[in-house]
Design a protein around this ligand. Structure first.
Ligand SMILES: [Zn+2]
Length: 135
């Protein structure tokens, strides 16, 4: 038996990670100084030893961009999982208004967290007429 959506919320299963901001400085591999001097030609030198830092900065930017992509992808998976689990918990996976109800529940509840979104979705679903089968 899998965990119910409220247990998963309490276990922080759907929590997303913060994407780190763009990098400004990288430590010099030669002297360890973490200040760069940039000149008018956009060249970067270590403020400590004068090393040309272009290759180090380029590699740091590449690694950082890859990390950002990885976090964004992981966050997307978690937010898709939350949507799917909430829709399933509400029993409206095949309902034609599921995305409309999801939007309403999101608007009302997201400022108070995942649990409130689900509570609103369950409340709105309860108000649906139960004349259709196979939602
Ligand atoms: Zn240096």
């Amino acid at each position: 038996m899998s965990k119910d959506i409220f247990e998963k919320i309490r276990d922080r299963y759907y929590d997303t990670d913060v994407v780190p901001p763009k990098i400004n400085n990288v430590p010099c591999p030669d002297c360890g100084a973490d200040k760069l001097v940039r000149d008018i030609a956009k060249l970067a030198y270590c403020a400590g030893c004068g090393r040309d830092m272009r290759d180090v900065v380029a590699e740091a930017i590449r690694v950082h961009a890859a990390l950002q992509d990885q976090i964004k992808e992981s966050n997307k998976k978690r937010s898709d999982a939350f949507y799917n689990d909430a829709i399933e918990a509400a029993g409206i996976a095949k309902h034609p208004l599921k995305d409309y109800l999801w939007g309403l529940a999101w608007d009302q509840g997201h400022a108070s967290g995942f649990e409130e979104i689900v509570n609103y979705l369950l409340e709105y679903t309860d108000a649906l007429p139960s004349t259709c089968e196979g939602w």
